[in-house]
Each structure stands twice: as structure tokens, then as C-alpha cells.
Design a protein around this ligand. Structure first.
Ligand SMILES: Cc1cc2nc3c(=O)[nH]c(=O)nc-3n(C[C@H](O)[C@H](O)[C@H](O)COP(=O)(O)OP(=O)(O)OC[C@H]3O[C@@H](n4cnc5c(N)ncnc54)[C@H](O)[C@@H]3O)c2cc1C
Length: 431
């Protein structure tokens, strides 16, 4: 274990640098924050806060997610569940959450940093991490009542509990609003009926945010979000853990609900306004998930750069060939351009925290761009490593399989283009 956890580092360092030695809690007393996207005492981190956080995550991944663990997770298709409390202890599970519930209150740039470095170590562990810390914890943080936050966040942030979010269904993926799962009002709560498909952490989760139709023929105006506690949920079952091309070990499940009772106190956000909860969550989800492909591009470069400088053919390192240099240059440039996009959007969100500016086209654009580049960069890494690149003993094949997910999950590339186009249509229609 590191002698100073990031949680302690982040709090103490940020308290001192913001207030010139006065603890931050005292420094911000009396201020009011209108933000609904950041914790109440949020102040954007400085670049040196973010750099130091990155170093802490790198220390963590070197120690806790070595390449052997990443390879094994992929090969046996099993998530190493003992990592959750370690991630909690390090403070990474509540990066965007209020300190009151155990979070670090560091915002979306910081969340991208953790997601990037985690993905650099293991795409699948990072995907499960994001489903927990962004899709579940951050959704609860943004939409939960004080009672719901006090009940669910501490266990999720400490890593004692595992979180997930379930919106997709067999027949409702891109067209998620056409979901068929229903929630019928009964005495004291609701009965969930239906099924959910491709749910990250679904097979392991203790807490799942489930979207269901409270008005079955109400289209986008009839969906509500619920917090499901799986341990006490009679009628809830895991139909199967799914076998995947990539992101293996990030446990993905099909879930079924047969008259599952959810108390009224577990309705998340306003009744029948689940689409607003869902869509606002999707913007920030796309933003934080766009750091996943960044980490996979870094991992591709981590493998291809040393290999091409060590591997000799025709009497010289292969990296001295211009065709190889060209590929390396393109890989590096794609990574840098994608990172610049993601962090610029995350910075804009953090810095506008008092009146958050979350541009749908930017969140969708960041992940659209990074995801497609990551598949290209990973494929180039395989190519540059030749026969060796095709072997499972090196990580690039796994990275290529993992990267493809980011063109599909959290909305496909086609849907992201559609979302960007629609944002322009809306903007021009309003003129
Ligand atoms: C590993 C993994 C993890 C996931 N984790 C979660 C999770 O935790 N929670 C959750 O709720 N969901 C999750 N998903 C589901 C994911 O969000 C959906 O798979 C995704 O939204 C796409 O839906 P679909 O698979 O039904 O594809 P479809 O909607 O059937 O799309 C198939 C193809 O048609 C294209 N297409 C569809 N409509 C249009 C259109 N109007 N214009 C142009 N092209 C179109 C798509 O882009 C795609 O290429 C996960 C999926 C995977 C693979």
C-alpha cells in the first residue's frame, strides 16, 4: 500500500493550494453553488492536482493491476472482485462524489484521469470501474435525494458494494426509449417486470439503477429510474453472464425481473422523468468513458514503441523505417488529439460548475473521435508487432478487442453522429 492514499493527498493538497493554507471547508464557507453536476463545495482542480492524481493512479495500477492480472482477467473472463475495496480505499470510486459520502469531489477531469490510467492497465477492469463510479455512483450523486445518497453512496464509494446501471434491452438498444420493462405502482412501491441486456457488473451488483416504463404507452414521458437492491429483491435473477469478444472479465449480464418490488423511497429522480435523468447521465457518461479509449491508445503505444525500437530486421531497428515511423507518428497524434478533445470538454464542464455547460455534441464528439481512433491505434500496434502482435502473450490483441467496445457501448458511433447532428438541428431551429 502507498503511504499516502490519493484520498488524503487530494484533500490536503487541494485544501492548501486553494486557500493559501486555510482549510478549504473554511475557505468556501458562505458560498452558494447552483451546480447540480458537482458536489456543493466543488472547485476545479489545478493541473498540478491532476498530474499528482495521475501519478497516484499509476502507482496503484503498477501495484494492483499488473499486466499478468489484466491478461488473466481476459483469459478466464472473471472480474477480480477483491479489487473493489482497494479501489475504494484509494478513493477512486467516488471521484465526482461529495466528500460527505466518502467521495473526493474532484470533478470530471479527475474522473477522466483515473479512467484513462485504469484503462491503460486493463480495459475490462476500467470498464467495470466506470459502470460503478460513473453510471451508478455519479447518477446517484446527481439525482439521489439526501436520504438515498446517505443510504447508498458510502458502501458504493468504499467498494463494499458493487454498482451498475440497466437501461438497454434485447429490443431496445440505440432506441432505448422503446424499452419494455414496466414498473406498476402498488401499495408502498412498484413492481418491476421485464428484462435488461448487456449490463456491465450486472452479475455482481448489489445496487442497480434500473429504468422502467411507469406509463407503458407514454414513450419518453413515461420512464422512471429506480434503485434496485439486489440482495433483497425477490423475483430478480441473472439470466446469464455473457461471453464477449473483448472487455472479457468485465462481467456483463442479462437480467430478469419478475414482479420485483421496489419501495417508493427508491424512485430515483422525478416520476416519469427518467428520460431526463437518462439523457443527462448519458452526456457525462460519454465524457468519462471517452477516457477509456485514451488509456487503450496509451497501452498500444506502451507496447509498440519499445518493440519497434528493439526489434531488428534488415540489420536495423524496424522503427528506423519510414513506413513504421509514419504509423507510430499517426498513433501518437491520434492519441494526443483525442486526449486534447476529452480534457478540453471535461475542463469546460468543471470550470462552468456554478452553471454547468454540458454540450451534448462535445460529449458525444469526444467519445466518437477517441473510440474510432483507439480501434485504429490498437490495430496498428498489432501490425507493427508482426507475428508477435498476433500472439496472446502480448497485450495488443486484447487491447484491439477491448477498443471495439467503445464504438458500441454508451451509444454506437452512428448514434453519436446522430446525436451531434440533432444538437445542430436544435441549435439552428432556435435561431
Ligand atoms: C460490453 C457491453 C457493455 C454494456 N454495458 C451496458 C450497461 O452497463 N448498461 C446498459 O444499459 N447497456 C449496456 N450496454 C448496451 C449498449 O449500450 C448497447 O449495446 C448499445 O446502445 C447499442 O444497442 P444495440 O446493441 O441494441 O444495437 P442496435 O441498436 O441494434 O444497433 C445495431 C447497429 O445499427 C445501428 N443503428 C441503430 N439505429 C440507427 C440509426 N437510427 N441510424 C444509423 N444507425 C443505426 C447501430 O449504430 C449499430 O451499428 C453494453 C453493451 C456492451 C456490448
Amino acid at each position: 500500500m502507498a503511504s499516502i492514499t490519493p484520498r488524503i493527498f487530494a484533500r490536503s493538497a487541494r485544501q492548501v493550494c486553494r486557500s493559501g493554507g486555510i482549510p478549504r471547508a473554511a475557505f468556501v464557507q458562505g458560498r452558494r453553488y447552483a451546480s447540480t453536476k458537482h458536489p456543493k463545495d466543488f472547485e476545479p482542480p489545478t493541473q498540478s492536482d491532476l498530474d499528482e492524481l495521475r501519478e497516484r493512479v499509476q502507482e496503484f495500477t503498477r501495484r494492483e493491476i499488473p499486466q499478468e492480472l489484466a491478461q488473466k482477467t481476459d483469459q478466464i473472463n472473471e472480474f477480480p472482485n477483491d479489487i473493489w475495496p482497494k479501489l475504494g480505499e484509494a478513493g477512486f470510486l467516488g471521484i465526482t462524489a461529495d466528500e460527505e459520502y466518502g467521495g473526493l469531489a474532484m470533478g470530471y477531469q479527475a474522473h477522466c484521469v483515473v479512467m484513462e490510467e485504469m484503462s491503460r492497465a486493463s480495459g475490462s477492469i476500467a470498464l467495470s470501474y466506470a459502470a460503478h463510479s460513473q453510471l451508478c455512483v455519479n447518477q446517484l450523486m446527481l439525482n439521489g435525494s439526501p436520504e438515498q445518497k446517505a443510504k447508498f453512496l458510502p458502501g458504493l464509494i468504499s467498494g463494499q458494494q458493487i454498482g451498475a446501471l440497466a437501461m438497454s434491452e434485447h429490443s431496445a438498444g440505440s432506441d432505448v426509449v422503446s424499452m419494455k420493462t414496466t414498473a406498476k405502482e402498488v401499495d408502498g412501491g412498484y413492481l418491476l417486470n421485464g428484462s435488461k441486456m448487456w449490463i456491465t457488473n450486472g452479475p455482481d451488483a448489489h445496487t442497480i439503477i434500473v429504468y422502467a416504463k411507469t406509463i407503458p404507452d407514454g414513450a419518453s414521458k413515461g420512464i422512471t429510474a429506480f434503485i434496485l437492491e439486489t440482495a433483497d429483491a425477490k423475483g430478480f435473477s441473472i439470466v446469464s453472464k455473457l461471453d464477449k469478444l473483448g472487455m472479457r472479465g468485465s462481467n456483463t449480464g442479462e437480467l430478469a425481473f419478475d414482479n420485483v418490488f421496489v419501495p417508493s423511497s427508491n424512485v430515483l429522480g422525478p416520476l416519469n422523468k427518467g428520460v431526463r435523468v437518462l439523457m443527462e447521465g448519458l452526456d457525462l457518461e460519454r465524457l468519462v468513458l471517452s477516457a477509456g479509449p485514451l488509456g487503450l491508445m496509451q497501452a498500444s503505444l506502451d507496447a509498440a514503441l519499445p518493440y519497434t525500437h528493439q526489434r531488428r530486421q534488415f540489420g536495423a531497428p524496424i522503427a528506423t523505417n519510414q513506413l513504421v515511423q509514419g504509423k507510430l507518428a499517426d498513433m501518437y497524434t491520434k492519441y494526443r488529439a483525442s486526449a486534447a478533445f476529452t480534457y478540453a470538454v471535461a475542463r469546460a464542464v468543471d470550470e462552468s460548475h456554478e452553471n454547468p455547460e454540458i454540450r451534448t455534441q462535445d460529449c458525444a464528439g469526444a467519445i466518437l473521435y477517441a473510440a474510432e481512433r483507439a480501434s485504429e491505434v490498437a490495430a496498428d500496434a498489432v501490425q507493427l508487432m508482426g507475428g508477435m502482435g498476433y500472439m496472446n502473450e502480448v497485450p495488443v490483441g486484447r487491447i484491439l478487442r477491448d477498443a471495439k467496445l467503445y464504438e458500441i457501448g454508451a451509444g454506437t458511433s452512428e448514434v453519436r453522429r446522430m446525436v451531434i447532428g440533432r444538437a445542430f438541428n436544435k441549435e439552428f431551429a432556435e435561431r
